[in-house]
Design a protein around this ligand. Structure first.
Ligand code: ANZ
Ligand code: ZN
Ligand code: ZN
Length: 868
């Protein structure tokens, strides 16, 4: 397939010469010619050093996974970035516009299993063909700083960062629950679990397994990650909201309940509160997390997650409790897998134990409940049925007491009372009468003074589990020594190379564990035998900092050059899909903060502006292989050219909205380009004749019309690039402009529009189209006698005086009598004149109650209404 494409390419180039004077628009010919020239100049899109003195502009599109083929979503993403980069170059900026490959990951291993091709070979081959596609699209990337994450010159720095984090306690090992597919026989990332099933086996429910895993301590930066969102006004609100919810800060209090001694009560007990008389404490404490310490007098039970350590201890000597625990774990698991933990039907069981309310001294029954999560807060709560929906439901089901302790004076106060507006505490001892917020502050302070509680903040954000039992990823640079424990690989032994020729099977476990040469190592501390970590890193590690590497991708002494990063960062504009709003964009913000604390960078956030483009839809569904509705960019390019294909991706919808793909839309854009092409060709001789001559001082009426339209268009597009990015309306504006030009075609041909004006107009039409249609504009630019590239040609300046609508005064008659004079744009057509006349107040007053039987419009001269 590749070879066939190449052959057409050469054939087309040969034809280029013969077609050179043909004024029909032939994208294949034009694009082949320019692609060849551009390929011969690898520095075309090179970023300049800081010493250039120009304002820097770093524009970045998210790097793709090298699956083998670009899809239309990619084309759209890159067309947006490319238009912006070209515009910034024309604005005189020093632009960094790089590209790379997120090249580790599961599909390469799946392909290896399926086709018996080594993951590296498969990946590198895909990169080559996708790079070719990108070049064919005419994308302006600076390939000198290409980053390929699966190559050792990149991933060695993942390892280097891992060790820096380990030294700072930011990388650590712990037991945790992970998603496990029995058929794949390996761990899956959260994002590889779809509706509770394996993404490759959609009838296989994912299991939870307990495994020792490596984690990055993202929670260390939870508050900063949250606060930083306020410093990112140019990120979409929806992304910031999603991140805020994901981080999930909750302000509350921890409160310790002492477990009291005594024979555990059996049977139906546990439904009442016992008075505090003559109690002995066991020394065990249950610490609950609550956001409503103000409701402490309304607590009627304490509830623990089934996995709470106290429960595990109790259940060891209590088979009935053990059975309850197992049942609830099963229910939680099923609900997790079904993706509806919140809708879980509540079940609970009395543990037989009591704990003491630290404020009232009363003894509350301790229950276990399936809706208490072990990994949130402290895995234990105080249950307040009168003021919490879930507790209310639970108490109703099991007949637990309800005590109202908050009320809005004078209001109805139907239970449960959830709101706080105007509410005060009741039945709460000396705290009664206090407003809720004030009560929380006072009760927390009292608990802290008494040593049984304190105000705390809890985050929903979890530490990032980065171990993967996979082959095609960065080896984790850690060693296990029988004597020294966990020892990092010394820096001078990096990279830990990923061995080649590893058998990848579905038998499970880390494939690297089957490679003795890899596993068996020497402890750098004691020189004894050591075992190498055989898990690899999550591929989100790779994408967390790749954009720093772009500033100095060849550096073999550091992850990147500090000075270069200081110059280029933060990224001025990052562009990608909204599906990365949480994972990638939180991880990379975390990584930036870690790097700042390591002294590598000075910026606290990676990107100043973020833009998330909409999806590409076909026949109502997201374009994707599995839906079978994929339109191949190659096919579109083959039929209509790269310019029309990428321009359609910008024209069909505002970039932040979904785009419904329609092939006749591409054809339409192609026809428009042909129209521009023919027009410029037809009048280029006049433009050449005028050369650099200035515009005439007094443009005539014909000239005014086209100059006004042209400068209005320049104004609109300039404003859009700086602000709204409604490229669809920008392109529509150029289309309108072209219609006006085509309408004036005869006047251009006859010289009624003078050559100086023709030159002015044609040059600017080409410049305005340059960010969108690089091939055709390159061709036309040469046609206009220009030898320099468009990228370094200044963006056309907007001339206010020319853009101003020169107004015409048009008399309006009613039944032949002059009634008023209306003001109109000089080029207003018949419909605009009708509308203006019928919208004029004096005309409206004159025809009120009458019927307009006829309207005579003489364009630019007169309106006459016949009324009865
Ligand atoms: C008593 C109480 C009374 C509560 C009241 C709420 C209302 P957010 O805002 O999401 O942080 N909770 C705490 N840990 C839990 C866990 N591991 N599993 C399930 N629920 C848990 O919610 C905090 C509230 O959720 C806490 O405040 C606790 O219930 C419950 F009128 O404590 B509250
Ligand atoms: Zn599977
Ligand atoms: Zn050792």
């Amino acid at each position: 397939m590749e070879d066939a494409a190449k052959n057409t390419h050469t054939a087309v180039s040969a034809q280029a010469e013969t077609d050179a004077r043909d004024d029909r628009y032939q994208p294949a010919t034009i694009e082949a010619k320019w692609a060849e020239r551009w390929a011969a100049d690898p520095d075309m899109y090179a970023a300049e050093p800081a010493s250039s003195g120009k304002p820097k502009y770093y524009v970045l599109e998210m790097l793709p996974y090298p699956s083998g083929q670009l899809h239309m979503g990619h084309v759209r993403n890159y067309a947006i970035g490319d238009a912006l980069a070209r515009y910034k170059w024309m604005q005189g900026c020093n632009v960094l516009h790089p590209m790379g490959w997120d090249a580790f990951g599961l599909p390469a291993e799946n392909a290896a299993i399926k086709n018996n091709t080594p993951p590296r070979e498969w990946t590198i081959g895909n990169i080559a063909s996708m790079k070719q596609q990108m070049q064919r699209l005419g994308l302006s990337y600076d390939w000198r700083n290409e980053v390929t994450t699966c190559l050792p010159d990149y991933y060695r720095w993942n390892q280097w960062f891992f060790i820096r984090m380990f030294e700072r306690g930011l990388a650590y090992r712990k037991q945790s629950k992970v998603n496990w597919c029995p058929q794949c026989a390996t761990v899956l990332a959260n994002e590889q679990v779809v509706n509770g099933c394996c993404w490759r086996h959609d009838d296989q429910i994912v299991e939870l397994r307990n495994l020792e895993q490596w984690f990055f301590r993202t929670t260390e930066y939870a508050q900063e990650l949250l606060d930083g969102l306020d410093q990112l006004p140019n990120w979409p609100d929806k992304v910031r909201t999603m991140q805020r919810n994901w981080i999930g800060r909750s302000d509350g209090a921890e409160l310790a309940f002492e477990v009291v001694a005594g024979e555990p009560m059996q049977g139906d007990a546990g439904k009442e509160i016992l008075p505090a008389s003559g109690v002995t404490l066991t020394g065990d404490r249950i610490t609950v997390f609550t956001t409503r310490i103000d409701t402490i007098y309304g607590a009627t039970s304490v509830q623990l997650a089934p996995e709470h350590p106290l429960v595990t201890g109790w259940a060891a000597g209590d088979p009935t409790l053990r059975e309850h625990v197992d049942g609830m774990l099963e229910q939680q698991k099923a609900a997790r897998e079904g993706g509806d933990l919140a809708g879980l039907e509540k079940h609970g069981a009395f543990t037989g134990h009591y704990a003491q309310n630290p404020f009232t001294g009363e003894l509350l029954p301790v229950w276990i409940a399936n809706y208490i999560l072990a990994d949130y807060g402290t895995g234990a709560i105080m249950s307040v049925p009168a003021h919490d929906e879930r507790d209310w439901e639970f108490a109703g089901k099991y007949g637990l007491p309800v005590r109202q302790v908050v009320e809005v004076p004078g209001a109805e106060n139907a239970l449960p009372v959830l709101g706080e507006e105007g509410a005060v505490l009741v039945h709460s001892g000396k705290w009664s009468g206090l407003a809720c917020a004030e009560a929380r502050a006072q009760l927390s302070a009292e608990a802290a003074a008494g040593g049984y509680g304190r105000a705390t903040i809890t985050f929903r954000l979890k530490d990032w589990g980065v171990s993967r039992q996979r082959y095609w990823g960065t080896p984790i640079p850690m060693l296990y020594c029988g004597d020294c424990g966990i020892v990092p690989v010394p820096d001078d032994q990096l990279p830990v190379l990923l061995p080649e020729n590893v058998a990848i099977t579905q038998q499970g476990g880390s494939p690297l564990a089957q490679v003795p040469e890899f596993v068996n190592a020497t402890c750098p501390k004691c020189g004894g035998p050591a075992r190498r970590e055989t898990d690899t890193m999550d591929t989100f590690v790779d994408s967390s900092w790749y954009f720093y590497r772009y500033t100095s991708a060849k550096d073999s002494t550091a992850p990147f050059d500090k000075e270069a990063a200081k110059y280029w960062f933060p990224i001025d504009q990052y562009i990608g899909g909204v599906e990365h709003a949480i994972l990638h964009l939180i991880y990379s913000r975390f990584w930036t903060k870690v790097m700042r604390d390591l002294g590598l960078i000075t910026n606290a956030e990676p990107a100043e502006r973020l833009f998330t483009q909409g999806m590409v839809i076909k026949n109502g569904a997201k374009m994707s292989k599995s839906k079978g509705n994929v339109v191949s960019p190659d096919e579109m390019i083959g039929r209509y050219g790269a310019d029309a294909t990428r321009m359609y991706a910008l024209f069909a919808a505002p970039p932040d909205r979904d785009l419904e793909w329609q092939e006749d839309g591409v054809a339409g854009v192609s026809r428009f380009l042909a129209k521009v092409y023919r027009f410029v060709q037809r009048h280029s001789a006049a433009a050449l004749e005028a050369g650099d001559a200035a515009l005439p001082e007094q443009p005539n009426a014909d000239e005014q019309v086209v100059l006004r339209k042209l400068h209005q268009c320049i104004r609109k597009i300039t404003e859009d690039f700086n602000d709204r990015w409604h490229f669809n309306t920008c392109i529509a504006a150029i289309m309108e402009l072209q219609n006006v030009l085509t309408g004036a075609d005869e006047r251009f041909a006859s010289g009624a529009i003078r050559p100086e004006v023709t030159a002015h107009v044609l040059r600017r039409v080409v410049l305005l189209l340059a960010p969108f249609a690089p091939y055709m504009t390159a061709e036309l630019w040469a046609e206009l006698g220009e030898s320099g590239g468009l990228l370094r040609t200044p963006w056309p300046a907007f001339d206010e005086a020319l853009a101003k609508a020169s107004e015409l005064e048009v008399p309006v008659q009613i039944n032949g009598k002059l009634r008023t004079v209306i003001k109109l744009a000089a080029d207003a057509g018949e419909p605009a004149m009708r509308e203006a006349a019928l919208g004029d107040e004096r005309v409206l007053a004159a025809i009120e109650g009458k019927q307009v039987v006829k309207m005579i419009v003489v364009p630019g001269k007169l309106v006459n209404l016949v009324v009865r």
